[in-house]
Design a protein around this ligand. Structure first.
Ligand SMILES: Cc1ncc(COP(=O)(O)O)c(C=O)c1O
Length: 357
């Protein structure tokens, strides 16, 4: 797999640059991006890509930010407390819910996460976004891209990272820009200074070379190669259609288990919003619900640690800011049979934790 890797070579060499460019082209093609959309590899993983977008684009008009879990709330903090934009409206819902999206005003810029990774609540579709809009839509879709169908023409900025659905090596972010986002970059300059790692504009024009493989700074060519490998695997399972199908099949398996297991339920309240990648579960056993929040967290942790000790399942504890519970990854790299194999183990672990009080 690594025989074509340009490790130990400059990423600015003819071959290194070509490898980056072909990764960009392959990604755009597989995702089916509309004509005129740019895709670039940027520093700082998904966070880097989102920050780059927020810092570069916001401030030209009012902003509506929607959040329903920890990562989305992080973007609220960035916009309100770091960028300190004067005209911001926030629409924040608790874990398990979506905010009222009908309140969003698309004459403003709109920032949101497609899939709330830590609550397992996703947007069911893009019907709430008008095709004609004055503001930009800026979407952190890191746990959605390649596992959910995205309405590209309704999204002006989309970000993701390789380690999520494609299971690649982490480090780099991917930033997708619509022609309208490029127009904004070329017509508006924020008043604040722009660090070099965020800078996409040169002499008032988009620095197109970033979107051709001239990364802003040095990428890991090993990660780049691994991302190529991820795409090759994705092609072998039918591209985006195949990936979405694999992920949805995983969710269907979990749904079946949840339906026949009385003590567990989805954290997402509306079935239409249940994520097929970050599948977050709550414990609905009356015994558990009668415990203090602290004891609930202890029990959930115990379930996760019992599973780890048996090497039956790893990292299944809910995210640190989420309500105590379990989280299963249902992304395309996961085999449904592995999830099926985990269910009896999880039942065993919960029974053990409950018996231990
Ligand atoms: C929705 C969302 N946004 C941002 C991040 C941060 O991503 P990264 O670690 O790639 O910067 C994550 C990570 O899980 C996420 O799920």
């Amino acid at each position: 797999m690594l025989s074509d890797a340009y490790v130990g070579r400059s990423h600015r060499s003819k071959e290194g640059r070509a490898r980056l460019k072909s990764l960009i082209e392959r990604s755009k093609e597989m995702l089916g991006l509309p004509e005129g959309y740019r895709l670039g590899i940027v520093p700082g993983s998904d966070t880097g890509a989102v920050e780059m977008a927020l810092w570069s684009l916001l401030g030209a008009r009012g902003v509506d930010v929607c959040a329903w879990e920890s990562f989305g709330e992080g973007w609220v903090t960035d916009i309100v407390k770091q960028l300190k934009l004067p005209d911001v409206r926030t629409f924040v819902a608790g874990y398990g819910k979506l905010p009222d999206l009908t309140q969003v005003d698309f004459s403003r810029d709109v920032v949101f996460t497609w899939n709330g990774t830590t609550s397992g609540v996703r947007l069911p579709n893009g019907d709430w976004i008008p095709a004609e809009r004055e503001g930009l839509t800026i979407c952190d879709a890191t746990s959605a891209v390649f596992a959910m169908h995205l309405p590209w023409d309704k999204l002006d900025v989309v970000t993701y990272s390789w380690q999520k659905v494609l299971g690649g090596e982490a480090a780099h972010g991917v930033l997708i820009l619509s022609p309208r986002a490029v127009e904004r970059l070329e017509s508006y300059s924020p008043v604040w200074p722009m660090p070099k790692v965020f800078r996409m504009v040169k002499g008032g024009k988009l620095n197109e070379s970033i979107f051709q493989g001239d990364t802003i700074n040095t990428p890991s060519m090993l990660c780049v190669e691994d991302a190529h490998d991820g795409l090759t695997w994705a092609e072998s399972v039918g591209g985006v259609l195949g990936l979405v199908e694999r992920s949805e099949r995983n969710l269907a398996a979990v749904s079946g288990w949840v339906a026949r297991t009385p003590w567990v339920d989805f954290l997402a309240e509306d079935p239409a919003t249940i994520s097929c990648t970050s599948i977050c579960l709550k414990i609905v056993d009356p015994w558990f619900e009668g415990l203090s929040a602290e004891d609930q967290a202890k029990v959930a942790k115990k379930v996760a640690s019992l599973l780890e000790a048996e090497a039956a399942a790893f990292d299944v504890g809910a995210y640190r800011d989420a309500p105590p519970g379990l989280r299963l990854w249902g992304g395309a790299t996961v085999e449904t049979s592995d999830l099926e194999a985990a269910f009896p183990w999880i039942e065993w672990a919960y029974a053990e934790a409950k018996a231990a009080g």
